[in-house]
Design a protein around this ligand. Structure first.
Ligand code: MV4
Length: 450
């Protein structure tokens, strides 16, 4: 096991990793920008290193600065958290070339899953059900039109390097194809430097269901069920739950085994998420995330496992502490993302926190790096906390969420908390009857959100 690890991140996820490491008796090194000198992750870690100015590009994303911080402090491994360098295959290679350990998947797995065409091709060969579409990339408009005619409209054109909804265009009819095809290509080129695109049948009203997987890198892998993350705005999740209200135990066991077997086949190491669209009882693979995700706590709650501890274990060459048979679901968990944003338009709202009080009690977890008097810097993303509740069943989790939101005090900045109070009064949310379009439709109707 490692003696000391470095956390290449900030905010609540840096605290999350420090907590796991401390319980394992592992020393921790925080890195921070000059804008984060007073941040909680710096206070909570055993040691800290300033890695650059406020801009992420020059601090949390600066590979030389992060590697140097390891060399200065003697940290043997790096946990990347989510975002920043967490899915940068080049970084993983550099970490290894310096005799350090990346706490996460191999550079090769990150590379394969980072390109959506190769990800889909790989998953298809591994027996994972995919959205019907082109076999690989589509190079010309003529080819795209032929495929549209063959599959039937609507279709969706996606940039292979796309993300966050960029480089993705729906063609409702053949007349739309030229515009959709050229726009997806242009967005892929300008945002990701890659104009390769592929085509899929467009699913009109799916849920976003993602399967949590975990591998030991030695041919063993398990699944930890699904999360339903359909409530999103502009590809930003706001409310996540596990288990998915629409997924039966039989469906879970079936798709879960397909995913776990696929990960065992490729010797996947660490935490991963296999994303599906789910419509009319069928799962369709869309992408894989080769990192720990923001919403991992809902899975931890219902399975009673510490995913970060497991990541650190397998990275150090140990086995996972559980096998598939040990993993049983207990109850229901919901997470809401508390962002420093002003409604109705979700505009970022950095500033000084004049008062902070975290909710508590049975089945309540607040992951946040806030404290009284903390100033949220304007340079990074607006997530300031995650409220995770756990109940014996979904109604109990919803009631607990309502109760915990009532206890939470975040003064000094606007937050997304009022949105959650409003959502908890919605019959569709209470019954779990929603899809990927529900929230944007609700925001338009109720807040006049653009
Ligand atoms: C789709 C789709 C419908 N059909 N693919 C959005 C981002 C990227 N991760 C995949 N996305 C979608 N792919 C097919 N074939 C609809 C979406 C989509 C979406 C997916 C998950 C959660 C929210 C979404 C919001 C809009 C569109």
């Amino acid at each position: 096991m490692f003696n000391k690890i470095l956390i290449a991140n900030r905010g609540e996820i840096a605290l999350r990793v420090i907590r796991a490491a401390r319980e394992m008796g592992i020393g921790t090194v925080a890195v921070h920008s000059t804008a984060d000198s007073d941040a909680m992750h710096v206070r909570m870690a055993d040691e800290s290193v300033c890695v650059g100015p406020p801009s992420s590009m020059q601090s949390y994303l600066s590979i030389p600065a992060i590697i140097a911080a390891c060399e200065i402090t003697g940290a043997e491994a790096i946990h990347p958290g989510y975002g920043f360098l967490s899915e940068n295959a080049n970084f993983v290679q550099i970490v290894q070339d310096h005799g350090l350990t990346f706490i996460g998947p191999t550079a090769e797995h990150i590379r394969v899953m980072g390109d959506k065409i190769t990800a889909k091709d790989t998953m298809k060969k591994l027996g994972v059900p995919c959205v019907p579409g082109s076999a690989g990339g589509v190079a010309t408009l003529e080819e795209a039109k032929a495929l549209g005619a063959e599959m039937g409209y609507p279709v969706i054109i996606k940039a292979t390097a796309g993300g966050g909804g960029k480089g993705m265009k729906v063609a409702e009819t053949a007349n739309d194809m030229e515009r959709a095809f050229q726009t997806a290509r242009a967005e892929g080129k300008s945002n990701f430097g890659n104009d390769e695109v592929y085509i899929e049948k467009y699913l009109t009203t799916p849920r976003h269901i993602e399967i949590q997987v975990f591998g030991d890198g030695k041919g063993r892998a398990v699944h930890l069920g699904e999360r339903d993350c359909s409530l999103q705005r502009r590809h930003q999740k706001v409310f996540e739950e596990a288990p998915g209200p629409a997924i039966s135990p039989e469906e879970r066991a079936r798709i879960g085994k397909v995913c776990a077997d696929a990960m065992a086949d490729i010797n996947y190491i660490g935490a991963g998420t296999i994303e599906f669209l789910y419509e009319k009882g069928e799962f369709y693979f869309i992408e894989m995330n080769t990192r720990l995700q923001v919403e991992h706590p809902v899975t931890e709650a219902i399975f009673g496992v510490d995913l970060v501890r497991e990541q650190i274990r397998v990275a150090s060459g140990m086995d996972m502490s559980f096998q598939q048979e040990d993993l049983q679901i207990n109850g229901h968990s919901i997470e809401v993302r508390i962002n420093a944003e002003k409604l109705p338009n979700f505009s970022p709202c950095p500033g000084r926190i004049t008062q902070y009080h975290a909710p508590g009690g049975l089945g309540v977890r607040m992951d946040s790096a806030l404290y009284d008097g903390y100033s949220i810097p304007p340079y990074y993303d607006s997530l300031i906390g995650k409220l995770i509740v756990h109940g014996r069943d979904r109604p109990e989790a919803l009631a607990r969420l309502h109760r915990a939101l009532g206890e939470l005090i975040v003064d000094g900045v606007d937050t997304t908390v009022p949105l959650f109070h409003a959502l908890l009064a919605e019959p569709d949310v209470l019954s779990g009857d929603y899809n990927i379009h529900w929230l944007e439709h609700w925001l338009e109707t109720n807040l006049g959100n653009a």
